[in-house]
Design a protein around this ligand. Structure first.
Ligand SMILES: Nc1nc2c(c(=O)[nH]1)N[C@H]1C(S)=C(S)[C@@H](COP(=O)(O)O)O[C@H]1N2
Ligand SMILES: [Mo]
Length: 363
């Protein structure tokens, strides 16, 4: 007999409903990146955000095997040494959870209650996926490639291994790798040891950790994480559009120093250099803009030259801070558009890239 609350559908909070212990439990397991860590080009592994739907699985790297099968001519099983013996490439990639910004939505979709911090950038090293798929004899008519993790749980009544599929054209992208190192060290348990998928530019749900199987399908994948969970839905009956690549976002390092409880910022009057990072997985960035009046007027920030396509870029801007209370906002603009000032609400709180707001008291 399965308890009714574990098969409940996704839910939106009532207007006055506070964050629950269930949400708090998720938030303590799945921590964000403290925003002051935007100072690092590469996020130290312990400061990188984390999102784990179920438990961190216990995977013995010596016993670990990766099976590649399905719609291929030559299914293959590899161990870690065989994977490490293949061509080795590294990419600096910004990962962001598709649920980032969810807790700022009104009404609040109930799930992992992220504010702005579900992001991090690491240097991922591994074997290119396209060559592995070609060596396995990818057949004509392949549609989706399913990536299965070693972790297991239930979600809204559906028992499952964590699984996500990419369209075959995206899986064959030259930047997609099976990563076994993060920032020059073997993957830590929480980030998918011994091997995870890194699909640069895609929201976090695509970056399957503790990878154990790759299955090529000759039709669309209908698993829970693709067909139900990671979709932009207007209402519960809407099948929704799939969530794919990361929308533009800029974040600032909150200036000055914080109050412990409210985290309101306190800044001394005078010239302040504001700094942060900006990224977009869907299109190259064009600009970053700053507002010091709560989003009423915007001025361009300085944006560092582009480095690797899927790595965040530093920005900075000067602000003459005058005594009083101020609301600072920052927004990124890519070749397809910019961040909204109002909320892009949807039932599951996906891809909310509404602009960041930082309240500052200048003394
Ligand atoms: N196997 C597995 N892979 C997974 C997940 C998971 O729960 N299980 N969570 C996904 C989600 S929703 C995100 S946002 C990213 C987070 O990656 P990180 O914890 O390394 O930052 O991992 C993705 N890969
Ligand atoms: Mo996520």
């Amino acid at each position: 007999m399965v308890a009714p609350e574990i098969s409940a559908p996704a839910r939106v909070a009532a207007p006055d409903e506070a964050i629950s212990l269930d949400e708090l439990r998720l938030a303590t397991r799945n921590h964000g990146m403290p925003l002051e860590a935007l100072r690092y080009d590469l996020t130290p592994a312990g400061l990188h955000y984390l999102l784990i739907h179920y438990d961190i699985p216990d995977v013995d790297p010596d016993a670990w095997r990766l099976r590649i099968g399905g719609h291929v001519d030559a299914p293959v099983t590899l161990d870690l040494d065989q994977l490490r013996a293949r061509e080795r490439v590294s990419h600096t990639v910004t990962l962001e959870c598709a649920g980032n910004g969810r807790a700022r939505l009104l009404p609040r979709p109930i799930s992992q209650p992220w504010l702005d911090e579900a992001v991090g950038t690491a240097r991922w090293t591994g074997a290119p996926l396209a060559a592995l798929l070609r060596d396995a004899g990818l057949r004509d008519g392949a549609v989706d490639v399913v990536f299965t993790g070693c972790d297991h749980g239930t979600e809204r009544g559906v028992e499952q291994d964590y699984q996500r599929a990419l369209p075959v054209a995206d899986a064959l992208g030259e930047e997609v790798i099976l990563a076994y190192e993060m920032n020059g060290a073997p993957l830590p348990p929480q980030h998918g040891a011994p091997v995870r998928l890194i699909a640069p530019g895609w929201y976090g749900m695509a970056q399957v950790k503790w990878l154990r199987e790759i299955t090529v399908l000759d039709g669309p994948f209908r698993g829970f994480q693709n067909a139900v969970a990671y979709r932009r839905k207007r209402d519960p009956d809407d099948p929704g559009e799939p969530i794919t690549r990361i929308q533009p976002r800029a974040l600032m390092i909150p200036p000055g120093f914080p109050d412990f409880m409210t985290r309101r910022r306190i800044v001394d009057a005078g010239e302040v250099r504001l700094r942060g990072r900006a990224w977009s997985g869907r299109a190259p960035l064009r600009a970053v803009e700053l507002s010091v009046d709560g989003g009423a007027t915007w001025t361009p920030a300085e944006l560092e030259a582009a480095g690797e396509r899927y790595a965040w870029r530093a920005w900075s801007a000067s602000w003459t801070a005058r005594p009083g209370d101020h609301e600072l906002c920052v927004r990124a603009i890519d070749e397809l558009g910019g961040q909204p000032v109002g909320q892009p609400w949807n039932t599951q709180g996906m891809a909310n890239n509404m602009v960041q707001r930082v309240i500052v008291t200048v003394r």
